[in-house]
Design a protein around this ligand. Structure first.
Ligand code: PLP
Length: 386
């Protein structure tokens, strides 16, 4: 069978492949500790679930406008604007089933075949996939450990040029947990202005940050609102991965074009999910800070533990819920080591290079799991490595 070449490069996400092998081992009776999947282990808040259930019971099970219910777009414009200190009009907000369509569709709307798109590497695998589907040329900029996993700005300066159409940023980052400092953002903003390119700022983890750190959005810098797409969502902040709810914030003309792409693809986001989304944003927010406090405890346990394993060194991530240890001291490649750890120690985690070539030499461990399991996992890895 022959398929369109625009899809020939697509690969599954590493996390799903590792999960499949881990499930096979579990079926064979092995006990596996799951540190591979990037989703909160907390339940959706009771009031939010109840709002969704009530919505279904009261017949909120219809199509809605493709860009989202106006009541949700208003609430999001207010909340997202207030959190970032910028003014957002509801027309600029595009609601989607998860954050992913708000990565994919603005890219389709902006990138012409042959346009270059700068993206972080190691980075979320969807970036490279969507750039290629759009016919763009992916231009990887390494995130460097010595720089707290922010962009290597020298390489960035060498790679940006007149053909660059879009720059993708992700702070805090999946898979490194790194946060881009304000000075770097200023530099990237001024370069994007000079070369007239767009910036897509993936802020899915913006509320999962530690040590009272503030994560600035590039959209708040002078002149950037007209050229930035903010992508955010409910999956991580509100532990709602399966509800499928996310949103983008962008200039109105682009929002209208992305709305058309939604019209002709997904149609709309589930009606009752959007109503639950209004409750999540307008209801109590203590659960978000409670989750972050818990993640911070787990972060400290996992980083300290990883640093006791021979050949591993691990920086403290500033956000998200991933540890990204450097494993070059083991003398093994990341795929070989991840496989060994899964098969011998029964701990599922991801090789760094499933996030791009510059992820080689690292592993990604998600600490969206209990402290007990994290401690057990670390002990088992230490034994396997010995
Ligand atoms: N962006 C990043 C960096 C992510 O890690 C994820 C999910 O893992 C997403 C976007 C998409 O999340 P969702 O579509 O569930 O909102």
């Amino acid at each position: 069978m022959s398929f369109a070449t625009r899809t020939a490069h697509l690969k599954p996400e590493g996390a799903y492949q590792v999960l499949a092998r881990a499930n096979q081992l579990e079926d064979g009776g092995k006990e596996i500790i799951h540190l591979e999947i990037g989703q909160p282990d907390f339940d959706t808040l009771e009031n939010v679930s109840q709002a969704g259930i009530d919505a279904i019971r009261s017949g909120k099970t219809r199509y809605t406008p493709p860009a989202g219910m106006s009541s949700l777009r208003e609430v999001l414009a207010e909340d997202a604007g207030q959190r970032r200190g910028i003014k957002i009009h509801p027309d600029q907000v595009i609601v989607s089933p998860g954050g992913k369509p708000n990565l994919f569709f603005p890219t389709l709307a902006l990138v012409e075949p042959g346009d270059e798109v700068i993206y972080p590497n190691p980075g979320f695998p969807t970036y490279e996939a969507m750039i290629k589907v759009a016919g763009g040329v992916p231009v990887a900029v390494p995130l460097v450990e010595e720089n707290n996993f922010s962009f290597d700005l020298n390489t960035f300066d060498e790679l940006i040029n007149e053909r660059t159409k879009l720059i993708i940023l992700n702070s805090p980052s999946n898979p490194t947990g790194g946060v881009i400092p304000s000075d770097d953002l200023k530099h990237i903003a001024s370069q994007s202005e000079q070369y007239g390119c767009w910036v897509m700022s993936d802020e899915l983890y913006t509320r999962i940050v530690y040590d009272e750190l503030e994560v600035p959005s590039i959209a708040t810098l002078p002149g950037m609102r007209e050229r930035t797409i903010i992508v955010d969502g409910y999956s991580k902040t509100y532990a709602m991965t399966g509800w499928r709810l996310g949103f983008g914030i962008m200039p109105r003309d682009l929002a209208a074009r992305v709305g058309l792409l939604l019209t002709h693809s997904v149609g709309s986001t589930a009606h009752f999910t959007q109503i639950a989304g209004i409750e999540a944003v307008t209801g109590p927010q203590d659960m978000v800070s409670a989750m972050v406090t818990e993640y911070q405890l787990r972060r400290d346990v996992i980083v300290d533990g990883l640093n006791t394993i021979p050949g591993f060194t691990c920086q403290k991530p500033q956000g998200a819920f991933y540890a990204f240890p450097n494993i070059t001291g083991t003398g093994m490649g990341s795929v070989e080591l991840a496989n060994l750890i899964l098969e011998e120690a029964g701990v599922a985690l991801l090789p760094g290079n499933s996030f791009g070539q510059y992820g080689e030499g690292y592993l990604r461990l998600s600490y969206a799991n209990s402290i007990e399991n994290i401690e057990k996992g670390i002990a088992r890895i230490r034994t396997a490595i010995k």
